[in-house]
Write a protein that binds this ligand. Sequence first.
Ligand SMILES: *Cc1c(COP(=O)(O)O)cnc(C)c1O
Length: 424
Amino acid sequence: MVFEKSLEQIAPDTSQAIDQERERQESTLGMIASENHVSKAVLEAQGSVLTNKYAEGYPGNRYYGGCQHVDTVEDQAIQRAKELFGAEHVNVQPHSGTQANMGVYFSVLNPGDKILSLSLSHGGHLSHGHNVNFSGQLYEVEQYEVDPDTGYIDYDDLADHANQFDPDIIVSGSSAYPREFEYNRIAETAKEVNAYHLADIAHVTGLVAADVHKSPVGHAEFITGSTHKTIRAGRGGIIMCQEEYADDIDSAIFPGSQGGPLMHNVAGKAAGFGEAQTDHFVEYAEQVVSNAKVLADVFNDLGLSLVSGGTDKHLMLVDLRESHPDLTGKEAESILSDVGIIVNKNTVPGETRSPMVTSGIRVGTPSLTTRGFEEKEMEVVGELIIDVLDNPDDEAVHNRVVESVNDLCDEFPIYAGTPLDDST
Ligand SMILES: *Cc1c(COP(=O)(O)O)cnc(C)c1O
């Protein structure tokens, strides 16, 4: 019977690629700001028989029989999210953060309606109205930007822009803006122009849950998030809203834009939200932010230029144009990757290069903090990064950095000692 066979026996090539990916995660320093490592418990939930179950609809109100146990799981995820965020209504079915945003747009906008959001090259997200995304194709979009001198959002300017454009929805939230949003300011502006406020907290879901980042609850009709970034609940999305929009949101997700929910991922959310309710997680989230601040200090001290001068949260955006004018974001990503430090190239405000080349790199601390890195290790990592950027062609330097990266990875394993570690 095929069920007796392991993945290695059924699809050895796939099994091997998965093993190699796990080894890659163990043996490199993951500093992509949107990534993290989930616990064995979350992996177990996501790899469960819940992947077999159809559950179109919502708990207690499904289009399929046999849903009593998946109902329990979905209710747990919803209840924990309500407790974590203080939200009135929660939908845990969006397959991703982009689907969550789609759910909000579909619930209150008509095609041709107007979105005001942060520009992609100033830290925004494709799903906030970029022309290559459905959101830019269905709606009329204008974007606000950060102040070129300070790197901070200028809320007076945003308010003027809103008064001129008269948007139906204002989106706050970002992928690469290193500062907290003033949700109350955006809420005031939205009220003035009679627009909804969607706060997309994709990157900071975990920081908001742990109360180390301002919460938009009470300042936004709609809040969307990812469940795999700073909160370690497995890949997926979430929508929170005020009770009066609950039915609209639920029907915009199912049947509006999705079919059967990924119940194994909903189980991952239930598990990960449970972890996020522990003191241990609050300490984790605090450490993510202090690690980022230490890293930003090292970068500032050693001459790198950071957009807005630093960070309030888990990520920073390095603008290479002054310190390393000959180095593009793409090259920096590539040479760092060669020594086992994984970051991504990123456009910076006032970008002159293409999005495939860029003049910046985005650097985040959630994954390293999950491994156990604290301030001391972040100082070392910051110095390693600068060593490589300052000496892009020096093989001796690179070899020395590779050694340090290996030592750090050995000292802070991710899954070693758990059943996922089959080296033992
Ligand atoms: C990551 C992110 C999303 C969601 O991305 P998915 O890849 O679709 O889960 C949405 N908004 C912002 C601001 C993000 O950074």
